[in-house]
Ligand binder design. Structure first.
Ligand code: CAA
Length: 259
């Protein structure tokens, strides 16, 4: 697929997807959503891609769903927009490879919601988070009420969603909404450095770790623990497990092949 509103680069096993509609602050219109959906599928299908970074061109990460496009929708069509967004964001969340949000600027509404579907959130000191939907007469529709609650807790999620207040990077860090904050100038460098570290990890173990966390989180503890045990046991079927442990015993660096 040709992308009009995204940039897609692959270097050293790291795919960087950049939202690129800077005149509209990378607002998420239907076309961009289709492109993102396709880009994530490409990341899933290409074994050469080990880690994915999402970021934005210009002063925004994503300033939310495209309000201009959405404003006159009837409920039936609004629901389709929400469903497609959920499907796409869920595909980010369950992609069997790490996805890092490098939040360079405004990440509001649907923009914050994309970051919530990512595994790890790094923010520039110029980033801004929040769910301002309430001030538009709606509520978050791409996972904001659900993933935010699971990440920061119900009390804080209600404060954020009901007030629509914006959250600066320091507050986002205190809330556990972002993992790390960097000066704007070093955000991408630091994100790529971390992505490279993850890209060198044994891919099947990375996949199993993400799987156990994603699918165990909503289970009763005995089922969740059983899922973890089975995921861990499956790692013992890989070359990389044998190699990792052999290398440890032989006091050398492991040579992983991703299988
Ligand atoms: N949708 C459509 N266009 C948007 C947009 C959005 N979400 N956000 C910004 N833009 C457009 C503006 O309309 C403007 O376009 P024009 O130049 O054609 O007028 C351009 O981007 C630049 O924006 P501003 O002039 O407003 O820039 P600013 O620096 O003064 O303000 C901002 C930046 C605070 C992010 C402000 O643009 C803003 O509040 N944007 C909307 C944020 C928002 O409410 N997001 C939630 C959307 S609803 C949603 O996401 C629902 C859901 O969960 C699915």
């Amino acid at each position: 697929m040709e992308y009009k509103n995204l940039l897609f680069d692959i270097e050293d096993g790291i795919a960087t997807i950049s939202f690129n509609r800077p005149k509209a602050l990378n607002a998420m219109n239907a076309e961009t959503m289709e492109e993102l959906n396709s880009a994530i599928r490409r990341c899933n299908d290409d074994d050469a891609i080990k880690v994915v970074i999402l970021t934005g061109v210009g002063k925004a990460f994503v300033a939310g769903a495209d309000i201009v496009e959405m404003q006159d929708k009837e409920p039936v069509d609004a629901l389709k927009i929400m469903e497609r967004g959920h499907e796409t964001y869920r595909s980010i969340e369950i992609l069997p490879k790490p996805v890092i949000a490098a939040v360079n600027g405004f990440a509001l509404g649907g923009g914050t919601e994309i970051t919530l579907a990512c595994d790890i959130r790094f923010a520039s000191d110029r980033a801004l988070f929040g769910t301002p939907e309430i001030g538009l007469g709606i509520i978050p529709g791409w996972g904001g009420t659900q993933r935010l609650t699971r990440i920061v807790g119900m009390g804080r999620a209600k404060e954020i969603v009901l007030s629509g207040e914006t959250i600066d990077p320091q507050r986002a860090y205190e809330l556990g909404l972002v993992n790390r904050v960097f000066p704007a100038e070093t955000l991408m460098e630091e994100t790529v450095k971390f992505a490279k570290k993850l890209s060198r990890m044994p891919a099947f173990a990375v996949k199993m770790a993400k799987h156990a966390i994603n699918f165990g989180a909503e289970l009763a503890i005995d089922h969740a623990n059983r899922l973890e045990m089975e995921c861990c046991a499956q790692c013992f079927s890989t070359h990389d497990q044998k190699e990792g442990m052999k290398a440890f015993v032989e006091k050398r660096k492991p040579n992983y092949i991703g299988r």
